[in-house]
Design a protein around this ligand. Structure first.
Ligand SMILES: [Zn+2]
Length: 249
């Protein structure tokens, strides 16, 4: 496929709604496949799109369980069932720490090739370049811009209002952004943003398209979409498990 495509493996915010999965995305170019965030439930959904041995690298944005807790199970799948001897995992030091805690010897480095990144780090997987920016969240959390050729996708992961999408440059083709809150229940003590704030940020960065994700169970997704659409100047869509979004339209 030309450009970059992102497929939603799960998008429930904080915990999974009935029959759903937490955060996880497949990002693909014509020759590279990256799994971004391993929220609970995403391993099963991933295999509806690709085989495990087709993954070139895993990137995990932060060590909140709704974004990383499947990783020890992913270890089992690779270690004992695929025959692969290694898998690149690009993430924060805390994600490694919590994953290692599940390992019988306390070190999952016998399978996972850990690449610890932080604010401003870059990584390269096949023909996709990744740049990270630390967001406003209670633990070290890395938003990222994934770029292949002239096409790019920004994923905000989780953030409060003191982080800017523009920190990852301008004019991304697609922003996949957390819209956990509605303006009416936005509160500075909650480390997430409203859909209106997300849309303002996406406008400032000159994003062409916006995909609203991380809507928590119990909240009406159509209200989140409506709030973002009232502010964003481009096309707004909702993340839905199984749906794909491509930079080529
Ligand atoms: Zn979080």
């Amino acid at each position: 496929m030309p450009g970059l495509a992102l497929t939603v493996l799960g998008c429930s915010g904080s915990y999974a709604a009935a029959g759903q999965a937490c955060s996880g995305y497949l990002v693909r170019s014509s020759r590279t496949t990256i799994w971004v965030d391993c929220g609970p439930g995403t391993l099963g959904n991933l295999q509806q799109h690709v085989q495990l041995d087709e993954i070139d690298a895993i990137i995990v944005s932060h060590h909140h369980p709704d974004h990383c807790a499947e990783l020890p199970v992913v270890y089992n799948a690779y270690k004992y069932f695929t025959g692969l001897s290694e898998m690149r995992v690009i993430t924060t030091s805390d994600v490694r720490r919590v994953t290692d805690a599940f390992h019988p010897l306390g070190d999952s480095g016998d399978l996972f090739l850990w690449e610890i990144v932080s604010d401003g780090s870059t990584a390269h997987v096949g023909d996709i370049d990744i740049r990270f920016s630390q967001t406003d969240h209670p633990v070290e959390t890395l938003a990222m811009r994934l770029k292949s050729g002239n096409d790019s996708i920004v994923y905000t992961s989780d953030t409060g209002s003191n982080w800017s999408i523009s920190d990852l440059g301008s004019e991304p083709d697609i922003v996949v952004g957390e819209g956990t809150l509605l303006e009416i229940n936005d509160d500075a003590s909650i480390p997430h943003i409203s859909c209106a704030h997300l849309a303002q940020e996406a406008n400032k960065a000159g994003a062409k398209r916006l995909v609203v994700t991380h809507v928590p169970p119990g909240s009406d997704p159509s209200q989140h979409l409506e709030e973002a659409a009232a502010v964003f100047e481009g096309k707004v869509e909702l993340a839905v498990t199984g749906r794909s979004f491509s930079t080529t339209g």
